[in-house]
Design a protein around this ligand. Sequence first.
Ligand code: 3PG
Length: 209
Amino acid sequence: MAITINEVMTTSPVMPVMVINRLELAVPLAHALVAGGLKVLEITLRTAVALDAIRRIKAEVPDAIVGAGTIINTRTLDQALEAGAEFIVSPGITDNLLTAALRSNVPILPGVVTPGEVMHLLDNGITAMKFFPAEAAGGIPMLKAIGAPLPQVTFCPTGGVTPKNAPDYLALSNVACVGGSWMAPAELVDAGDWAEITRRAAEACALKK
Ligand code: 3PG
């Protein structure tokens, strides 16, 4: 059964944002995150192997729910869908991308910063959004301020979220989950330190929404 964007945002309090540089590390990395309890994974399309990483994780880590991040246009949307991405995440939104994503029916978590961007998505029936880049764009005070006139929107703040500030984001009524890369930073992935990645994933999973 296809996942809904609501399930994407509420399955775990933290969505790992993954940058995979070496294809052979994709499956062990996904296993390490899932072992820690994080099943919803965002694979960013920022590396040459990202699409193959999505394919492999989908084939070999059945418990993972695999999304594609860094969807910036219809070309990357098509590539992600062809690779089997179960949901997509974008840093921002364009009319072309929005139209194509809505037509495809794939669950989408589009990036926004401003009330105007939020209103544009609301006009198109979207109420789940990524707040990106969260810390640089005003962080918690900005989310509180947007939530006053636009309380019907649920956010996944991403960008500069850390284990330290994540609980404060998660305490907001208009935040369902946060995104972040701290569970699987490049140095741990490249070193194959799966135990530490699983530990960080379990710690992230234990954060309360
Ligand atoms: C990114 O752009 O890589 C994501 O927003 C993750 O940001 P982070 O590294 O600050 O968690």
